[in-house]
Ligand binder design. Sequence first.
Ligand SMILES: [Zn+2]
Length: 267
Amino acid sequence: MRADLTFGRAPDPGPAFTTAGASENAAWFIRAMIFSGELGPGDRLPPGRDLAARLGISIVTLRVALKSLETAGYIVTSRGARGGSSVSDLETLGRCWRAWMRDKGHELDDICELRETIEVRIAWLAAQRRSSDELEAIDRANALLVETGSSVLRWNVAFHDSLARAAHNSHLERAMVEVRGELFLPVDAYLRQRRVEELVAAHGAVLDAVRRQDAEGAAASMRAHLAETQSVIKLTVEESGQFQADVPADPPGVSRGQPQDRRSSPR
Ligand SMILES: [Zn+2]
């Protein structure tokens, strides 16, 4: 699974790391996998032992993390022989996302600036460096849209991923995935606002420029796409301020990940 590439750097917990801190970090990793589209709505989480090993934590610590994610609504857990944890449905994730964004509101502009820096550069490089196979892969990823919530999310992720691969810079690619863990496309917002056509057109413009090997054009199209995404995000966050009561506050360890906590995380 692709998540291995970006989130699988089994961290060394280190002696200064408390179990509480470790479970908060684990919750942050798993939530980032969900927000970044590595794990989609309804997907089953990897078996507990594998996930714990990948995160470099004990199974007990993992259970604490999963419990807090479940309480916040990100995942559902069923018991029994075929039991296990899976990602919630798209609607529930949308509510989680709005709660998360309300929490992070003050950081939103910073995150968007970072995302623009990374992804505009990726588009610019991809236009110059893409091979014909990579162009075909971007084209294929972009042709896959089926208009259900989950697949719009996957489609968008697949497009940006294939573009990043064509840029031939693994550090930029990793940075893109990480920033997406902070700020994923509010796909349910696009659907509710009936703006999926805009999304398709925006990707189409980037793709055309990459096909022409027009670096400046690809960069400009990506910048426009991200600016539009940012406006949808802001609108959705503002809207959700009017019905704050619809989501329980995230418990500690899920939403809170203060930036300084994360910087001290062993990644
Ligand atoms: Zn996009």
